[in-house]
Each structure stands twice: as C-alpha cells, then as structure tokens.
Design a protein around this ligand. Sequence first.
Ligand code: GDP
Length: 297
Amino acid sequence: MFDALSEKLEEAWRKLRGQDRITEGNIDEALRDVRRALLEADVNFQVVKEFIADVRDDALGAEVIKGVTPDQQFIKIVYDQLLKTMGEENVPLAESQVKGRPAVILMAGLQGTGKTTATAKLALYLHKNNKKALLAAADVYRPAAIDQLQTLGAQIQVPVFSEGAAADPVDIARHALDQAIAGRYDVLIVDTAGRLSIDEAMMAELERIKAAIAPDEILLVVDAMTGQEAANLTRAFHERLGITGAILTKLDGDTRGGAALSVRKISGQPIKFVGVGEKVEALQPFYPDRMASRILG
Ligand code: GDP
C-alpha cells in the first residue's frame, strides 16, 4: 500500500534501513526528507512543522516491532499521521437538521476557485443519488455568475432559483429556501459571491446569509493550486463562518494537493469532495488514503 508514496522518500527510508531501531540519532535526516516532500506538495509551513513534531514523537515513542524494519515502521508512522490529520474516512454531506426542511448547503470561497462550478457539480452528484436539488443564484457580484449557474442547471436538469443581480443576496437565499420547502426538495445549494481576496464585505454578506437560512452545511471551496495560501484562507473563513467542510477544486492540475492537509489541520473540518476537471461530472468524494499517497508523491 505504500508503493506510491515511498519513491519520493526513498532517501529517508534508506537512511533508516540497516539500523535496528528509530532513535534520536537517526531520525532527523528522515524527518528532513518528509518535511521537504510536504513543502514540495504545498502544505503550509506551519502545518508541516506541527506535523513533523507529531511524527517525531510517535516514531521515538514507538515500540520496536519484531520483523518490521525501522524504515518500514517510519513509513507507517508518517502515513498514519497523514490519515489522522486528514480524517481516516470520507465524511458524507450533512443531513437536514430541521424537520420538514431540505438540507441547506451554503457555498463559500474566493472568486475563481470554482465555486459556481462546484455548486452545479454537487447538484449533479445529488441528482445521481436520487436527491432532488434546488440551486440558488446568490452570487450577484461577479458578472455572469447567475447566467453561468443557469446554463449549468439547464445542462444537468436541476432548477435554479434566481431574482437577478439587483436583488439582495440574503433575500434571494431566504426566498430560495421558501421555494425549496414548498417544492419538497431534498437539498438547497446556495452559490454566493466571492471576491479576489478576503474582503470584509464578502464575509459580512456570508454571515447575513448564514443567519437568514441557518445552513446545515457551509462548504468552503478551495483551489488546490493556491498552495500555501490555502491555510490563511481557511483560517479567515472558518473564524468568521464556522465552515463544516470543504471542496478542494482543480486537483486535475499538477498540484500534489498539500492544501488538503492544511485545510483539515487548520479548520478541523473534513474535505468532502474534490474537483478534478472543468466538466460538471468531474467531482469525486474525498478519500484521505488516496490523498495521503498523492501528497507524499
Ligand atoms: P467561481 O468564481 O469560484 O464561481 O469559479 P468558477 O466556478 O466560475 O470557476 C473558475 C474557473 O475554474 C472556470 O474556468 C472553471 O471551469 C474552472 N474550474 C472549476 N473547477 C475546476 C476543476 O476542478 N478543475 C479545473 N481544471 N478547472 C476547474
């Protein structure tokens, strides 16, 4: 199971091979290689620091297992720590917490991260799982975001609630929820406005929408290509909104996906899906073990 991830760390493993146990004296070089691999995968440096400290503690405290060489043991400790940090299993979408009401998902994130695309992708995913979804176009800020959502909605045959770009996003969200309840939808997904960078107006608007519709799920959409920045972004959104999960987009690019580790470590909330292409079908549930292998390269 470790084949895929051990190539990059071959040096680290080699240094431990031939030793009879992991010690203070032989662990540092191996840790340095792990640190380098994580930084190359764009994991935030502070997250890397804490991760390495945890691996070091585990490795030095580990019992010597008969028949297992120190390098094999070290690989397993690194891998287990990655899984521990990212959550061991896939976490499904939250169900509705309010009886007689659809599950409400609020999408949040910066402009260009793939939020509108992810909104449609999620609707298609739910549709394929026999859930009746309604989309709400509350991104009144980015020109053409509403048209884009309507086009995608038509393509996947999921209705889109819109009141145009002049309406207040809070009203749009509230009215969409009324419609979702009346139409007995299973899920309402609200696409909201992002900005090019973290912005007070955007956060205040998201807070107001949150207060108006009490979402069951607040998903932060993070572009995997943002690398180190994913950490600051997650912290800012989580502090203001209390995210319940994330969608990591653009994993089809050449990133190793270290942002996944940063997002989880900083918010404590799970990545629920990954975006792997521009098409509406290109969404997959997030599996921590696959990501662990990818991050270690
Ligand atoms: P928004 O401003 O956050 O709503 O971003 P959009 O949904 O409009 O997406 C911005 C760009 O990223 C578009 O060109 C999308 O096609 C593209 N995009 C979104 N998700 C993915 C993905 O998973 N992979 C790739 N390669 N492109 C994506």
